[in-house]
Design a protein around this ligand. Structure first.
Ligand code: FAD
Length: 318
C-alpha cells in the first residue's frame, strides 16, 4: 500500500487535533507516515501510533524552533525523497499553508489548499474544497508530482486505529535559506483559556447586533458555558469591539466547527465564507428577514440581549 506523509503539528510533543484528523484521511488513501519535527518530536510517537501512523520520522534539530518554515520544508523534502509517498497532507494553518506551498514548489508538485475531505481515486487522491464563499463544492486532483494537500481543521473525525508507529530518525541537510531568517522578538498574546478558534468544536460569534465591546461579555459567557471559542463579524471587529484575530469570514478565519452560534450577525456572503461549512448552524437575530436564516439549522428570531443570557443559564443547568 502506498505511504502518505502527514506533517505533524505539535507543541513540545503534544500533538494537535488537526494532525489526528489528517491521519484519519491519510488512512483512506494509504499508510500514514508521520513527520514530527522540533522540540519534543519523539514524544509525539505514541499518540500518532494510536491514530494509525505506521511510521514516525522524527528530527529534533534546533533549526525548527521559532516557527521558521524553511527548515521544515527542507525536512519534508527529505522525507518525500526517502519515502516517495502517494501524497503529503498538511494542516491548513497559516504555517501549514506556507510550508505546503513552499514544498510543492520545491518538489515540482501541484498543491490543493483548504480541502474539507479526501478520498481515494483511480489516479490518486481526490480532494473536496468549498469555494466561492461556500457557494460551490469542487473535487480536484493534482496532476503533476506528489500531491501536496492542506486540510481545514474539523474536516474529519479523530479515530483510534492502533498501528506500529515505528520511530525512525529523519536525516535532513538544511539549505542556505533555512538559516537566512531569524526571529528577533516575540510578544505572546494573553491566553483566554478558550479553545483556538479554527480548531474549536463549538464557536459562538457576535456581530454588529452586540452593539458594543462591553456587551461581548454576553457572547463570552455563552461560549464559556459551552467550552467554545469566540468569533466576531467584521463589523464588530472594525468597530473595535473584538480583536481581529477572532474575525470569522473571507478576510478573517475560516472555521468548520460542529456547532456555530451567530448572534446579531446578518449573514453577509463574506461572513458565510468563513463559517458555512459548520456542521450545525444556529442564529439569534431580531430581524426575521436576515439572510443568515437562509443558512441555519435552528433560528431564533429575538433580541440577543434576552435570548443569549437565557441560553447561557439553560446550558449551565445541564
Ligand atoms: P450587520 O450586517 O449590520 O448585521 C447586524 C445584524 O444584527 C442584523 O441582521 C440585525 O438584525 C441584527 N441585530 C441587531 N440588533 C440585534 C439584537 N439586539 N438582537 C439580535 N439581532 C440583532 N464580514 C465578516 O464578518 N467577515 C469577513 O471576513 C469579511 N470580509 C469582508 C471582505 C470584503 C472584501 C468586504 C467588502 C466585506 C467583508 N465583510 C466581512 C463585511 C460583510 O460584508 C458585512 O458587512 C459584515 O459581515 C456585517 O457584519 P454583521 O453581520 O455583524 O453586521
Amino acid at each position: 500500500m502506498a505511504e502518505v506523509l502527514v506533517y505533524v503539528d505539535h507543541v513540545d510533543g503534544a500533538v494537535r487535533k488537526p494532525t489526528l484528523e489528517l491521519l484519519t484521511l491519510a488512512r483512506r488513501i494509504g499508510e500514514p507516515v508521520a513527520v514530527a519535527l522540533g522540540n519534543g518530536a519523539a514524544d509525539t510517537v505514541a499518540a500518532l501510533a494510536e491514530h494509525g501512523a505506521v511510521k514516525v520520522l522524527t528530527d529534533d534539530a534546533s533549526e525548527y524552533a521559532d516557527y521558521l518554515v524553511v527548515p521544515k520544508v527542507d525536512a519534508l523534502q527529505a522525507a518525500v525523497e526517502a519515502v516517495s509517498p502517494a501524497a503529503v497532507l498538511v494542516p491548513s494553518s497559516a504555517e501549514g499553508k506556507e510550508i505546503a506551498a513552499r514544498l510543492a514548489l520545491r518538489i515540482g508538485s501541484g498543491l490543493i489548499t483548504d480541502a474539507v475531505d479526501i478520498e481515494a481515486g483511480a489516479e490518486g487522491p481526490v480532494a473536496t474544497q468549498s469555494v466561492f464563499a461556500a457557494s460551490y463544492t469542487t473535487k480536484s486532483q493534482v496532476t503533476k508530482g506528489v500531491p501536496v494537500i492542506t486540510v481545514k481543521p474539523n474536516s474529519a473525525a479523530v479515530e483510534a486505529a492502533p498501528a506500529a508507529g515505528a520511530a525512525e530518525a529523519l536525516s535532513v541537510t538544511f539549505s542556505d535559506k533555512a538559516t537566512g531568517t531569524k526571529v528577533t522578538g516575540r510578544t505572546p498574546r494573553e491566553s483566554t483559556g478558550r479553545p483556538e478558534l479554527t480548531e474549536a468544536a463549538i464557536v459562538v460569534s457576535g456581530g454588529r447586533g452586540v452593539n458594543g465591546a462591553d456587551n461581548f461579555a454576553l457572547i463570552e459567557a455563552l461560549a464559556d458555558s459551552l467550552g467554545a471559542a469566540v468569533g466576531a463579524s467584521r463589523a464588530a471587529v472594525d468597530a473595535g469591539w473584538y480583536p481581529h484575530t477572532n474575525q470569522v469570514g473571507q478576510t478573517g478565519k475560516s472555521v468548520s466547527p460542529q456547532l456555530y452560534i451567530a448572534n446579531g450577525i446578518s449573514g453577509a456572503i463574506q461572513h458565510r465564507a468563513g463559517m458555512q461549512t459548520s456542521k450545525t448552524i444556529v442564529a439569534v437575530n431580531k430581524d426575521p428577514e436576515a439572510p443568515i436564516f437562509d443558512l441555519v439549522d435552528y433560528g431564533v428570531v429575538g433580541d440577543l440581549f434576552e435570548v443569549v443570557p437565557q441560553l447561557t443559564e439553560e446550558v449551565k443547568t445541564r
